[in-house]
Design a protein around this ligand. Structure first.
Ligand SMILES: Cc1ncc(COP(=O)(O)O)c(C=O)c1O
Length: 330
């Protein structure tokens, strides 16, 4: 449901040593489609492109707990299109989190098998291409989407979100200095930077999906801006690479504590793969001073809650203190 709400989060801000009214959250977890999340905005443009091209089946892929795959399968059902997806890793014996939801939506799923890691980006992209080629050879009209819907067309969804945000912040916040967002494929970051017109206004927090966000994001931002009829964004790309831990989806203690802090200060649910790490990035930026106590800051909540129920994080709520002071002082 758009526009998504922009919520003032003073209790979380106080825990991070921020002044009242400085920290806000844009709730793109509430976009609605198939459980919600940032991909709804990209899919709006991608699906319009697919329909305009006469496609009869959407083809995409992702990691085993991909939110993008879940939401693409939901979008296909809403539009009466087919959907084929490739997912990294072996098929899990128990369907949890996004896997359960993907099965509800019922796309054709190809599991890449035991030889692939949880997020072998280039193997998944190659498998998306192979699947689309095979479907075309069988007489279907596939529309292929990269992982995360990270094409320039998909990023247009976030060019528009930036305009929506600018309108929302104009009143209560009097503008925005920085937007903090998780960076998977980098498409959301790129679209936002294109729409805001300044790469320096977006802090992307790398979650370990791909290693080249520093070059990908500005390139995609320039492409998205051109598509939207805007000038290429000024400034330098900002990516925090320090929150990944052992890799994509790997649990980190600072992510867990960030999830607890949001839950206990604001009743807000983050996820262990994207938004928890993005919040850890915001905490890091407060700690190193790159975001100041009065910086008008918007944390973009991109969704991802189903992954909390994937099993690996089942004990995250236990025996831990979610106190903000401790977070800033360690
Ligand atoms: C919940 C969530 N947050 C953030 C992202 C990152 O978005 P992007 O792939 O556009 O960088 C994704 C998608 O991968 C996601 O599912």
């Amino acid at each position: 449901m758009l526009p998504s709400p922009l919520e003032r989060v003073d209790r979380l801000g106080a825990a991070l040593g921020m002044e009242p009214g400085a920290l806000w959250v844009k709730r793109d977890d509430l976009t609605g489609l198939g459980g919600g999340g940032n991909k709804a905005r990209k899919l709006e443009y991608l699906c319009a492109d697919a329909v305009a091209q006469g496609a009869d089946i959407l083809v995409t892929g992702g990691g085993p707990q991909s939110n993008h795959v879940r939401m693409t399968a939901a979008a296909a059902n809403r539009l009466g299109l087919g959907c084929a997806v490739v997912m990294a890793g072996p098929r899990p014996t128990t369907s949890t989190g996004n896997v359960l939801l993907v099965e509800l939506f019922d796309p054709t799923v190809t599991w890449l098998g035991v030889n692939e890691g949880p997020m072998d980006y280039y193997a998944i992209e190659a498998a998306i291409d192979e699947t689309a080629d095979r479907l075309a050879a069988e007489g279907r009209r596939p529309y292929r989407m990269p992982i995360g819907g990270a094409s320039a067309v998909g990023a247009l969804g976030y060019v528009r979100a930036a305009a929506e945000l600018r309108e929302q912040v104009a009143g209560p916040m009097g503008g925005v200095d920085v937007v903090v967002v998780a960076g998977g494929s980098g498409g959301t970051h790129a679209g936002l930077a294109a729409g805001l017109g300044d790469l320096g206004m977006v802090l992307g927090v790398d979650v370990g999906a791909r290693g080249d966000l520093d070059t990908q994001v500005p390139a995609k931002a320039a492409q998205a801006a051109a598509l939207a009829g805007l000038p290429a964004p000024v400034g330098r790309v900002r990516v925090d690479h320090h929150r990944v831990g052992a890799g994509y989806g790997a649990a980190t203690e600072e992510c867990r504590r960030a999830v607890l802090l949001a839950a206990r200060s604001e009743g807000m649910i983050l996820d262990p793969v994207y938004t928890g790490k993005a919040m850890a990035g915001l905490i890091g930026a407060r700690r190193d001073g790159s975001i100041g106590p009065a910086s008008r800051t918007v944390f973009l909540h991109t969704g991802g809650m189903p992954a909390l129920f994937a099993g690996a994080y089942a004990a995250w709520g236990r025996d831990a203190d979610g106190g903000g002071d401790a977070l800033l002082s360690d």
